[in-house]
Ligand binder design. Structure first.
Ligand code: NAD
Length: 328
């Protein structure tokens, strides 16, 4: 099949080409994001492959369907960016990659937590300037602390097990908790109790209408002022303005983010020539107790291999007339 790959990065080409070693499919590499104006680049491509910030709303889907596209193979787990009912009504099949490496994301949540807690980002900056003083770099022992997981699916459960390894008592909230997460030794409790008792809160639930701004002025008020909040899930789970207000007024100790609610206009691209033009994001990263990475929690060699194999499996199944295993 001809496959138009939007938002292509160099690592996507390497891993997708390796998975397509048989040459069964022909890729068109498109660095631009998918939008109404770039959708015509996919004309005569039976399949389109997209990433997290390629919006698949009804107008884009309709433009793709008009151009001959039949399959949308997402190379990510989340699909909040896809209008699935519109895709169904246009006869488009949509697939995702549900579990390419939950370890990659869980381990990155810990990377953010450890950086934030032990101030390694500030220490590195100081040492580069020749300043070896330690004042202001204190953290706390994770051992003996209480960590709260909001969402105990694949990633949340692994994050909780790693935190248990550090000696944390793990609280969990998930209205649809799986038997595996129930068996992991976490203490399941209500959301507000979790927020009030945790020294560390890590978000691992999907972005849904019910979870948008789950962390807002009211729920931030429940947190301990010494708590660290980590989000590797989706930016829209946090009301960013409320969170930065809490940081600036010492009602929250630290914020570790791999995702940002307005990230679509910023992430995955080089803005060094214009600088950061989003004032809320500029305010966020100016604060020493905020650590941000640009949606890279998934970015391990193992995860990229798994993503490429899963996308190829969807393309192969569709091309041979079968229903892909990860059809949404
Ligand atoms: P999953 O589907 O395995 O788990 C999600 C869990 O959230 C489920 O157990 C579900 O019951 C629970 N949940 C649903 N509604 C909830 C609510 N209102 N409150 C609490 N829990 C709720 O998903 P996963 O693979 O563990 O992924 C978790 C999140 O991580 C997703 O949002 C995904 O988009 C995100 N993610 C981010 C990256 C990254 O690079 N930063 C990579 C992969 C996934």
């Amino acid at each position: 099949m001809n496959v138009a790959v939007f938002s292509t990065c160099p690592y996507d080409r390497i891993h997708l080409d390796a998975a397509n070693a048989s040459g069964l499919h022909s890729f068109t590499w498109i660095e631009q994001r998918l939008s109404l104006s770039t959708a015509p680049l996919a004309r005569d491509h039976e399949a389109v492959c997209t990433f997290v910030n390629d919006p698949l709303d009804s107008s884009v889907l309709s433009a793709l369907a008009t151009g001959g596209t039949r399959l949308l193979a997402l190379r990510c787990a989340g699909y909040n960016q896809v209008d699935l009912p519109a895709a169904a009504s246009l006869g488009l099949t949509v697939t995702n990659v549900p579990a390419y490496s939950p370890h990659a994301v869980a381990e990155h949540a810990l990377a953010l937590l450890l950086t934030l807690n032990r101030n390694t980002h500030l220490a590195h900056d100081r040492i580069r300037r020749g300043d070896f003083r330690l004042d202001g770099l204190q953290g706390f022992d994770l051992h003996g602390k209480t960590a709260g997981l909001v969402g105990t699916g694949r990633i949340g459960t692994i994050t909780g097990k790693i935190l248990q390894g550090f000696g944390c008592h793990v609280l969990a909230f998930d209205p649809y908790a799986s038997p595996e997460s129930r068996a992991a030794g976490f203490e399941f409790t209500g959301r507000n109790d979790l927020l009030a008792r945790s020294d560390i809160v890590s978000l691992h639930c999907p972005l849904l209408p019910a979870t948008k701004h789950l962390i807002n002025t009211e729920t931030l008020a429940l947190l301990k002022p010494t708590a660290l909040l980590i989000n590797t899930s989706r930016g829209g789970l946090i009301d960013t303005t409320a969170a930065i207000d809490a940081i600036e007024t010492n009602r929250l100790r630290g914020l570790g983010l791999d995702v940002y609610e307005h990230e679509a206009a910023l992430f995955f691209e080089d803005h060094t020539d214009t600088g950061i033009t989003d004032p809320l994001f500029a305010r966020l990263i100016a604060h020493p107790r905020v650590v941000v990475t640009g949606h890279q929690a998934f970015l391990t060699y193992e995860a990229l291999d798994n993503i490429a194999s899963s996308v190829l499996a969807s393309l192969d199944a569709f091309a041979s007339g079968h229903t892909p295993a990860h059809k949404l």
